[in-house]
Design a protein around this ligand. Sequence first.
Ligand SMILES: Nc1ncnc2c1ncn2[C@@H]1O[C@H](COP(=O)(O)OP(=O)(O)OP(=O)(O)O)[C@@H](O)[C@H]1O
Ligand SMILES: [Mg+2]
Length: 260
Amino acid sequence: MGAAISAVGVSRAFEDGSVALDGVSLDVAPGSVAVLVGPSGCGKTTLLRMIAGLDRPTRGTVTVDGAGAGDEGGPAAVAIAFQEPRLLPWRSTVRNVALPLELHGVRRRERLARARGMLGLVGLADAHRKLPGQLSGGMRMRAAIARALVTRPRVLLLDEPFGALDEITRHVLDDLVLAIRAELGMTVVLVTHSIAEAAYLGDRIFVMAPAPGRIVRTVEPGFGARGPALRASVPYASLMADLLQSLGTAMAASSGGRAA
Ligand SMILES: Nc1ncnc2c1ncn2[C@@H]1O[C@H](COP(=O)(O)OP(=O)(O)OP(=O)(O)O)[C@@H](O)[C@H]1O
Ligand SMILES: [Mg+2]
């Protein structure tokens, strides 16, 4: 089962005076997909880093299953994947995926078996011996997700994971995220600049505005089954139009009310 994530009154000010987040509160239900959208610089990555325990709020709290994010011995493992796959070019795909287990001291035979299993789950069963340079962009991203999942985290954080990919590959990988979530049951927090992706994947969508970074709107689309029928539906199109408008307002706020 995935973990519940909660942020209460979270602010993050940096030493140079910039305020990346100001009073952000959010709740993510266990096993759900939360999406963060908002203009560049509104604090999306900063918020993900705090959920991962890689950074701490200057005010407020971030908890994962009730424990402080990143606390020693905290109950829920959190994994993060970024826009660039960041695979080691000299290691085969399976050895890239096995790397987190290697760092945890898991024995060779077991870690390779688990990495193979995870590659199967992301549709790369036949590519385990290839080097990253021999994979397509979409395949590299699948491998990066397999590597994030190999330790069986209860929370998967994805920061703009498919931004560099073409639209069709992106649709396929959006469905992959849902399939993996159904199989492994983890909680997902996804940052995206794509409104289509946000509307498709989000059980809860948080629209953020910058300077200072904050949540200006929370949307729960309530879509049940995802798939081609949803992508072609009127409620989906309306949600996209609605989100676009909210983002436009957030952008206008970021340029001090001036037209961008
Ligand atoms: N280490 C840091 N020191 C100073 N300011 C920082 C630091 N990290 C982030 N910031 C500032 O905090 C704000 C939010 O940054 P963040 O990277 O979280 O934005 P983002 O929403 O992820 O943007 P993007 O969509 O471009 O990735 C920005 O104004 C940024 O300049
Ligand atoms: Mg970012």
